[in-house]
Design a binder for this molecule. Structure first.
Ligand SMILES: [Zn+2]
Length: 367
């Protein structure tokens, strides 16, 4: 028999204290915009309101940087960083020359808690290239109050059930009520802890259009057994708003989720045919199919070997064959070019999101 003495060590970890107001030193920099004045905007994207312009060579006082729309047309650098000026306005860092070796701090989420009786949960908009709409209630039928660019810091007061939204972060019927009283779909909010439920619902929650986990919300790979290489909107190819899955001619292409076929189209440069092998010098995505899914999501499947085997208006199930891999249009080898768009219709280059994280978040990783 051996006597054992247990020693219990209790570690006390002090919580880090964050100052409510940060006193960030401003960095001075110079606008480089020789051809036209630079727009100073309300947010970190070109679709936000232009508040004023600055001429070439103007000095700016930068407080911090936020991630926003990728700008590849600026003379200084290709970047998705936007500079928040000391007056709270934004300019793209692609048009700003700064002293080398002086890093700019990332803008801290707004710490407006002192002004509120109840604490809020910090979050950030994760909507990709399109701004996230703020609404008067927890559903897309509620009035649009505004739009917040990707990366915008949020103070979430509480959560409320509403319309199911398939977003970049999750598929959920939860909507976040912000400290401003407006609502945003929690599907597009990057956050840590789950905000508390709203105590008294100011408006009755609308009936969810699609219950999570049901057939309508299930996602599958459009090309099982093949993987996509990263390639969404790269610095060298910023107009490539999808990913490519290399494959073989005749491999079945499947609907990534249930939905309605909205387009079965030959998209090709004049003088060429979608029914022959394309090339890198021919424009267009060849034979393609577009499907509209629940939650304002659309998917696009390009370069099919011949016309898709579905018709516009047809309902398809997740995994249903819609066409076959080919190399029609702007394609140098048989592959599927796959796009995911949010807040559709319509589909535009601006509302495309990277299919790799989107499909991973929806339980159907493709690369
Ligand atoms: Zn492609």
């Amino acid at each position: 028999m051996r006597k054992t003495i247990f020693v219990v060590v209790v570690a006390v970890v002090a919580a880090a204290l964050v100052p409510a107001v940060s006193a960030q030193a401003a960095t001075t920099a110079t606008v480089v915009s020789p051809k036209r004045p630079l727009n100073v905007r309300a947010g970190a994207a070109v679709w936000t309101t232009s508040l004023r312009t600055l001429p070439n060579g103007a000095g700016v006082s930068i407080e911090c940087q936020v991630k926003g729309q990728l700008i590849d047309q600026g003379p200084v650098r290709v970047t998705d960083q936007w500079d928040r000026l000391t007056d709270g306005t934004y300019v793209s860092d692609a048009w700003v020359r700064r002293a080398p070796g002086v890093p700019l701090p990332a803008c801290q989420p707004a710490t407006a808690q002192a002004a509120h009786a109840t604490p809020t949960t910090a979050g950030a908009v994760a909507s990709g290239a399109i701004p996230l709409k703020t609404r008067g209630g927890p559903g897309r039928t509620a009035a649009i109050l505004g739009a917040l660019p990707n990366g915008t810091a949020l103070n979430i007061a509480c959560q409320q059930r509403g319309e199911v939204i398939i977003g970049t972060m999750r598929t959920t019927d939860q909507w976040d009520r912000l400290d401003t009283g407006a609502y945003v779909a929690d599907a597009y909010v990057n956050r840590g802890v789950t905000p508390p439920a709203c105590a008294a619902s100011p408006a009755p929650a609308s009936t969810p259009a699609v219950a999570p986990g049901t057939e309508a919300g299930r996602w599958v790979s459009p090309l099982p057994g093949f993987t996509a290489r990263p390639g969404f909107r790269t610095p060298t190819n910023p107009n490539h708003v999808g990913v490519d899955l290399m494959s073989f001619v005749g491999t079945p292409i499947r609907a990534a989720a249930a939905g309605t076929v909205v387009e079965v189209v030959c998209n090709i440069e004049a003088g060429h045919s979608c029914d022959q092998v394309g090339s890198a010098s021919v424009g267009g995505c060849g034979w393609y199919v577009k499907i509209q899914h629940a939650g304002g999501v659309s998917t696009l499947y390009c370069h099919m070997v011949h016309r898709g085997v579905v018709q516009p208006g047809q309902q398809v199930a997740a995994g249903q064959v819609i066409g076959y891999v080919g190399s029609s249009g702007n394609s140098s080898a048989p592959h599927l070019h796959f796009e995911v768009h949010v807040s559709t219709p319509p589909t535009t280059p601006g509302n495309a999101v990277d299919p790799l994280p989107f499909m991973r978040a929806h339980g159907a990783p493709i690369g």
